[in-house]
Ligand binder design. Structure first.
Ligand SMILES: Nc1ncnc2c1ncn2[C@@H]1O[C@H](COP(=O)(O)OP(=O)(O)OP(=O)(O)O)[C@@H](O)[C@H]1O
Ligand SMILES: [Mg+2]
Length: 364
């Protein structure tokens, strides 16, 4: 079943009162000679294209923070700086300018040794393609990397078995990578990251090489795991449907952040043409909720209308409404009426062109 939007309270482990898990401030990464002066020029308003002859500005003026337990999706086309960003977050490459804080600790202030330690203890990565050791079993592959944490072999295998179970590979522990499907291999990668038991998971196009159906299964599994484990996840994708499906918030990037918001923000209130173009192909039924598709109840006797809560997704609404042609009354937490969902309001929001202001749809 599809999750509901918006989901700010979805994760019971979300701890709003704690400091940000990850925070970036005026973050830039420019590749090439004269990178620093290029940053100065960017700060003065020089467009990126004007600098492109000499340098590549991959990450431009990122300012955002992620709360513990949040799934933060970074979304953008090829070359929009996503991998550069994630490699800065775990300290593999240094920013040209700006700061990154992980749990309040500024990466720039750490020695290489401290940085390695932080990577080991706090951050795990999952990639699209990662190396499984061909002659080691699933469970040994998952346990790989725990040695460095100083765990005994028994402890390592025990932890690996737990992670294997979490990703649904129980029964396959002793198989070799060559005996696994693509989806299963990707699960091994996820299990390896989970076995490390870090607070932060960085996932770079982790599901992008999978068939659509398997990919969807992995997305479901990630959401399921997240509801149990409450990790802080930075998930990179170039697929907006995937972004909308799993992200608590989404940053749409093209060097700089074009828009940062919930799926609904991005779909209903795209910040500019660039974002609007992205949203054109999105399956709206998956993202919009009753509240987003309702219209005012003005003048209607709503007392006999079946009620529906405001955060129910449209996927669960449009069949009943379109089949019975009867409206639903959208109510808030106190059962107070907010508006009605009618066949007309559903059709209107499905055909709502991306980029149109949706604000005019006021609740009753
Ligand atoms: N080490 C490097 N040296 C020079 N240029 C680089 C380097 N790494 C990345 N770039 C450039 O920075 C830009 C952003 O690259 P990046 O890999 O971050 O994009 P991406 O969003 O991850 O793309 P994709 O979706 O294809 O993975 C690209 O133009 C790339 O060529
Ligand atoms: Mg990349």
């Amino acid at each position: 079943m599809f999750h509901r939007f918006p989901r700010p309270t979805r994760n019971p482990l979300l701890r709003k009162d704690e400091m940000s898990a990850i925070a970036v401030d005026s973050l830039y990464k420019v590749f090439g000679k004269g990178a620093r002066s290029a940053v100065a020029q960017l700060k003065n308003g020089t467009p990126r294209d004007q600098l492109a002859k000499h340098v590549t500005a991959a990450v431009i003026d990122h300012n955002w923070s992620i709360e513990p337990g949040e799934i933060f999706v970074v979304m953008g086309l090829s070359g929009s700086g996503k991998s550069t960003l994630i490699r800065m977050l775990n300290g593999l490459i240094k920013p040209t300018s700006g700061t990154i804080r992980i749990g309040g600790v500024e990466l720039g202030s750490l020695s290489n040794r401290e940085l390695r330690r932080l990577r080991r203890e706090k951050i795990s990565m999952v990639f699209q393609h990662f190396a499984l050791l061909p002659h080691r079993s699933v469970v040994e592959n998952v346990a790989f990397g725990l040695e460095i944490k100083g765990l005994s072999k028994t402890e390592r295998l025990e932890r690996a078995r737990e992670a294997v179970e979490l990703v649904g590979l129980t029964g396959h522990e002793d198989k070799l990578p060559a005996q696994l499907s693509g989806g299963m291999k990707q699960r091994v990668g996820l299990a390896r990251a989970l076995a490390a038991d870090t607070e932060i998971l960085l996932m770079d196009e982790a599901f992008s090489a999978l068939d659509p159906l398997i990919r969807q299964e992995m997305q479901d599994q990630l959401l399921d795991l997240q509801s149990k484990l409450g990790k802080t996840i930075v998930f990179i994708t170039h697929d907006l449907n995937e972004a909308m499906r799993i992200g608590d918030r989404i940053a749409i990037c093209d060097g700089q952040v074009k828009q940062l918001g919930t799926a609904e923000d991005i779909l209903l209130r795209p910040a500019d043409e660039y974002v609007a173009e992205f949203t054109a192909d999105v399956d709206r039924t998956r993202v919009l909720t009753a509240e987003a598709v309702m219209e005012p109840c003005a003048g209607r006797d709503t007392s006999k209308f079946p009620q529906v809560e405001s955060d129910v997704p449209m996927t669960e609404l449009y069949q009943p409404v379109l089949n019975s042609k009867a409206p639903l009354l959208v109510v808030d937490d106190n059962a107070d009426p907010l508006g009605v969902v009618t066949p007309r309001s559903i059709i209107k929001s499905l055909s709502h062109p991306a980029g149109d202001p949706a604000e005019e749809r006021q609740p009753a």
